[in-house]
Design a protein around this ligand. Structure first.
Ligand code: HAM
Length: 418
């Protein structure tokens, strides 16, 4: 590549521009407010983790391994950019002693995640999640609590029109026997299955159920359903989760094919979709119980439940729905020096900033061009600074809505603008 060729962003990775950010911040603030309302505290965990931590959490998940940003650092350690937050939050919970206090520990986090996915709309290689985890309790009420929190947040950002899909995939007691049943059902059909499903049949048979291939579709409806084969404890838990959701008047659709992409789940799993959409690609969020993850990471067995939601998809949907979550942001005041008055303009801006957000147009454009820019930026006031007025430490204050203009001493500006 010739040296002069401009270098663009990495594929699947994007900038979030000033015009988009207010929507993101509004969505994040709503997330933090709702999470705190439910008693969840914020945690920040590193983006870098030992690759092994992530790999233990998704051992059998072939897609997960393929999507992992994994590399060796300069000392040859195998590191990974986190593809999701749960594995790291669980690590921090034990490593930093959050397991010592009263349980469960309720945590939330927002931040970037990385997956070497095929980029498309709503699917990026660096994307952002709101992640919520309740660690240290097996209570079914927590499954319902996490779902209610997710629903409340999506509602608060104007995405109340949702479809919640729900399933239970059993635990280490009943899942193995069910998987055998599933294999017994699919083995005679093997030759008719898609190549992906043929591979999954022996390695990860549960994933046969969420195959998107047309070739596999005809065999699904007669496949044994895990909810018919739960052990007593899982069946009781499953019934209680549904009763709690019914009491909270949270609507859901039972989807016996919902198994989720990550291997650590036990019992309850769920996903949120914008109503009308189908397919994993459009999920606004998802989660479930993961009672086996702590042990897989080498810690004592510990029950937990959580969910994560993609902020990229949520903000895209808010923008598309035209819901006016926030007003367009700009500086309230624009200081416009007419001529070589940078020092004076900076001083006036400093004075105005005591009461209003203020920007300065330092460009050497004509006054007309500067006023046009001020209009475009949506400034509420323009402080026009001429050489003559500046020498008297005064300026013209123009109200951009009414068009009225008056001369004021600089010191009077804060009172007038407040
Ligand atoms: P997940 O289903 O892999 O779950 O991701 C959760 C959400 O993150 C998805 O529903 C989607 O909105 C968003 N998302 C995933 N991949 C991308 C992508 N490439 N681009 C944009 N958005 C994406 C988890 O990550 C689990 N850790 C959730 C969880 C927490 N389970 C228990 N606790």
């Amino acid at each position: 590549m010739p040296r002069s060729e401009p270098i663009k962003a990495v594929r699947g990775v994007r900038d979030i521009l000033p015009g988009e950010l207010p929507l993101w911040r509004a969505a994040e603030q709503a997330a933090s407010a709702v999470a705190r309302r439910f008693g969840y505290e914020e945690i920040v965990t590193p983006i870098l983790e030992h690759a092994e931590l992530i790999e233990r959490a998704g051992e059998d998940t072939d897609a997960f391994a393929k999507e992992l940003y994994r590399f060796e650092d300069r000392s040859g350690r195998a590191l990974a950019l986190r593809p999701e937050a749960t594995a790291g939050v669980v690590r921090a919970y034990f490593e930093r002693g959050l397991n010592q206090g009263p349980q469960p520990t309720r945590l939330f986090l927002t931040g970037p995640m990385f997956r070497y996915d095929r980029p498309q709309k709503g699917r990026y290689r660096q994307f952002y999640q709101l992640d919520v985890e309740a660690i240290g309790s097996a209570a079914a009420a927590l499954d319902a609590e996490v779902i209610e929190l997710a629903r409340d947040w999506l509602r608060e950002v104007g995405l109340g029109d949702l479809r919640l899909e729900l399933n239970s995939i059993g635990d280490s007691k009943c899942k193995p026997a069910y998987l055998e049943r599933l294999q017994d059902y699919y083995r005679p059909l093997k030759a008719k299955l898609s190549p992906d499903s043929q591979q999954r049949l022996e390695r990860n048979p549960l994933r046969l159920l969420d195959s998107k291939s047309e070739q596999d579709a005809p065999f699904k409806s007669s496949a044994p359903k895990i909810t018919d084969h739960l052990c007593d404890e899982c069946a009781t838990h499953w019934a209680l989760v549904r009763r709690l959701l019914d009491t909270a008047e949270i609507e859901y659709v039972l989807n016996p094919y919902l198994v989720r992409g990550l291997d650590y789940y036990t019992r309850t799993v769920f996903e949120f979709y914008p109503s009308g959409a189908a397919g994993q690609q459009d999920a606004l969020g998802g989660g479930g119980r993961y009672d086996g993850l702590a042990e897989a990471e080498g810690w004592p067995p510990t029950a937990a439940v959580g969910f994560a939601s993609g902020l990229d998809r949520v903000t895209e949907l808010i923008a598309a729905s035209g819901v006016d979550v926030i007003a367009r942001p700009t500086a309230d005041v624009l200081v416009v020096p007419d001529g070589d008055l940078a020092v004076e303009a900076a001083e006036v801006a400093r004075i105005c900033r005591a009461v209003r957000s203020t920007a300065v147009d330092y460009e050497s454009k004509s006054l007309t061009a500067k006023m046009r820019a001020a209009n475009k930026l949506g400034a509420k006031w323009v402080v026009l600074l001429t050489l003559d007025a500046a020498s008297r430490r005064s300026a013209q204050l123009r109200d951009m809505t009414s068009g009225e203009q008056e001369e004021l001493a600089w010191v009077e500006l804060p009172t007038r603008l407040a």
